[in-house]
Design a protein around this ligand. Structure first.
Ligand code: GLN
Length: 432
């Protein structure tokens, strides 16, 4: 099986290998000193299993692929409310290094363009540039699951030539977005852009996002699911600069590109992709990186808005275990729509039972919304003069257990049926 996937990737890589369109970033000499022919394609599954094709050990600077991760760190450290006060979430439709802010709010339009990314650096609480960078470095490394290093030549060069970014930082200071010394913030920003990664690192970082903030190999939580949700949202709308609309239509994955030639793309819940190919298009996106992502999305069916099937019924089976006692077996992931279906079905059948037994041992996952809805269902059952029992061996619904005659949560269906029999004995039961 694994070989089949490997062959898919190799084939996609081969298809694009001969494409030599685009140009190396040359605003600093260091970026133009790479092999223009390099093409690395890495795929990390949600369990951390990695597929690699081509130049997957070649290190390059992360550049703007850093932006979502620093934004995530700011959200993680000071919360969404404080971050939103300084950085918007609207696509700008402008180039990444545009010297601009939102006309009405005076905030950078989003964290994926340089203005927003520089503001994000300033929001990381720290006593010095070193302190801020240490946190950034540690955060990225935790996403990648290894200790990443810095390309000091690229850093020195970025710092020596970064007039445009300096213009942006001073503009932000004048608008009250940057509270600290612009040069100190920029120093951290240049260092973050100079962190070295491989396509496999980018795939791993993407997989940690795909897992809602848990690094797949260590199982370690790097940040919260809420931070990841917000980060992926801005990657969808703003991740590919002014090419965001085209990207979402054609590829359909939250993603981020950088002028080092890297692209990271995330299929939430499923996988992370990292591509490296340093020849860039006019917008600063890797030409073959974009093409490879397009091919992967199409041939592997990865578009996040592809509706492959109607959502599966949550009710696996419903039957009368005995007169007046109806069993509802649920399965799969129980979220809002599934819980709604369960409530509606059971309410529609009130006339047909006295006791409803909800069997949830096959439910894989449940969120707080669905848990609250099912807990609320008990009240409506009681109000209708009915009883509700739960078969929940793994305590998925987290309903407090009581023992004895008051018990409503059971570990097996047999136990629940025994309790139901005591509650409403059938004629033959009372005889014996
Ligand atoms: N260091 C670059 C800059 O700030 C990163 C830009 C990019 O990757 N798009 O200009």
């Amino acid at each position: 099986m694994a070989e089949l996937v490997q062959r898919y990737l190799d084939q996609i890589r081969t298809e694009h290998l001969t494409n030599t369109d685009g140009a190396l970033a040359d605003y600093i000499p260091e970026l133009a000193r790479v092999d223009p022919g390099a093409l690395g394609l890495s795929l990390s599954l949600a369990d951390g299993y990695i597929y690699e094709s081509g130049d997957c050990t070649a290190e390059f600077t992360i550049q703007s692929v850093s932006k979502p991760f620093t934004y995530a760190l700011a959200l993680d450290r000071i919360g969404q409310y404080a971050v939103d006060a300084k950085i918007g979430v609207e696509p700008s439709g402008e180039a990444f290094n545009e010297i601009s802010v939102d006309e009405t709010t005076n905030r950078p339009k989003n964290p994926m363009i340089n203005a927003g990314a520089i503001a994000a650096v300033s929001l990381i609480p720290g006593v010095s540039a070193d302190d801020r960078f240490a946190q950034i470095h540690e955060f990225y490394s935790a996403f990648a699951g290894r200790d990443l290093s810095v390309d000091h030549d690229v850093y020195a060069s970025e710092k020596a030539t970064g007039s445009r970014n300096r213009a942006i930082a001073y503009m932000l200071q004048s608008f009250g977005v940057l509270d600290d010394d612009p040069d100190e913030i920029l120093d951290v920003y240049f260092r973050q852009c100079s962190i070295k990664v491989t396509s496999t690192d980018l795939a791993r970082m993407a997989a940690t996002l795909a897992r809602g903030g848990v690094e797949p190999r260590s199982g370690r939580r790097v940040t919260s699911a809420a931070v990841v949700q917000r980060t992926l949202s801005v990657m969808v709308t703003c991740g590919m600069y002014d090419a965001a609309g085209d990207w979402v239509s054609a590829v359909g994955m939250p993603a981020k590109s950088g002028v080092g030639g890297g692209i990271t793309a995330v299929l939430p819940g499923q996988l992370g992709i990292g591509v490296y190919s340093p020849l860039l298009d006019a917008k600063g996106n890797s030409v073959r990186g974009v093409e490879v992502c397009r091919s992967m999305s199409v041939s592997l069916g990865l578009h996040f808005l592809s509706v492959t099937r109607e959502s599966r019924s949550t009710i696996r089976a419903a039957y009368d275990a005995r007169p007046g006692v109806r069993v509802y077996e649920l399965h799969g992931d129980l979220l809002f729509a599934g819980a709604e279906q369960v409530l509606r079905t059971i309410e529609g059948e009130y006339d047909e039972f006295d006791i409803a037994i909800l069997e949830v041992s096959r439910v894989d996952d449940i969120d707080d919304t669905a848990r609250g809805m099912l807990a609320g269902m008990r009240e409506s059952l009681t109000a209708a003069g009915k009883q509700g029992y739960l078969v929940d061996p793994d305590d998925t619904l987290q309903v407090p257990r009581v023992d004895g005659a008051q018990a409503i949560v059971f570990s097996t269906l047999d136990d629940a049926l025994r309790a139901a029999r005591q509650s409403i004995p059938a004629p033959q039961d009372s005889d014996g």
